[in-house]
Design a protein around this ligand. Structure first.
Ligand code: GDP
Ligand code: MG
Length: 164
């Protein structure tokens, strides 16, 4: 069966933007409102000689009891359970926040390979120093990307495809 890659993280870190870049089409909805992607969204993607299925998720708000947010969390958990590799995405502009650590705990429990992407590194010289705090998650190297500017995407996919 085709390998499955799930894009997971809290709302508004840029999951759908990355999904659209990787899927090569505007499939997922990108909006400034956190959590607009409420359902799982699938696309076929290829990198070099590898092809895989991508899943975008609505995002995980770990503490919320809100009905929609808890449904989004359930959908994300299904995506995590389905995935062979997880891209865990965070936001360099907001830095490492408590929800990131809680999402990270959920991901660790899955025992799936996790590739840590730090998004919104739009200006490598300026933003790269802020990336290092993500080592504190304890899941290995953070990979800097700018989904919006399509930077660091190839290097990220190289790391993802190493797990296939
Ligand atoms: P999601 O909720 O995680 O799916 O996040 P979205 O993909 O919907 O993006 C949330 C917001 O972040 C939108 O306003 C995007 O335009 C913005 N965004 C996404 N990627 C980047 C990036 O690389 N740099 C910057 N500066 N903004 C980004
Ligand atoms: Mg989204």
């Amino acid at each position: 069966r085709k390998q499955v890659v799930a894009i997971v993280g809290r709302p508004n870190v840029g999951k759908s933007t990355l999904f659209n870049v990787l899927a090569g089409e505007k499939i997922s909805i990108v909006k400034d409102t956190p959590g607009v992607t409420r359902d799982r969204i699938y696309a076929d993607a290829t990198w070099l000689d590898k092809s895989f299925t991508l899943i975008d998720t609505g995002g995980i708000e770990p503490e919320s009891n809100d009905v929609i947010l808890s449904q989004m969390r359930d959908q994300a958990q299904i995506a995590i359970d389905t995935a062979d590799v997880i891209i865990f995405i965070t936001d360099v502009k907001q830095g490492l926040v408590d929800s990131d650590s809680k999402v990270c705990d959920m991901l660790r429990k899955s025992k799936k390979p996790i590739v840590l992407a730090v998004n919104k590194v739009d200006n490598f010289q300026k933003d790269i120093l802020d990336m290092y705090e993500f080592y504190n998650l304890g899941i290995g190297d953070p990979h800097p990307i700018s989904a919006a500017s399509r930077l660091g995407i190839g290097d990220l996919l190289d790391v993802v495809c190493e797990y296939f």
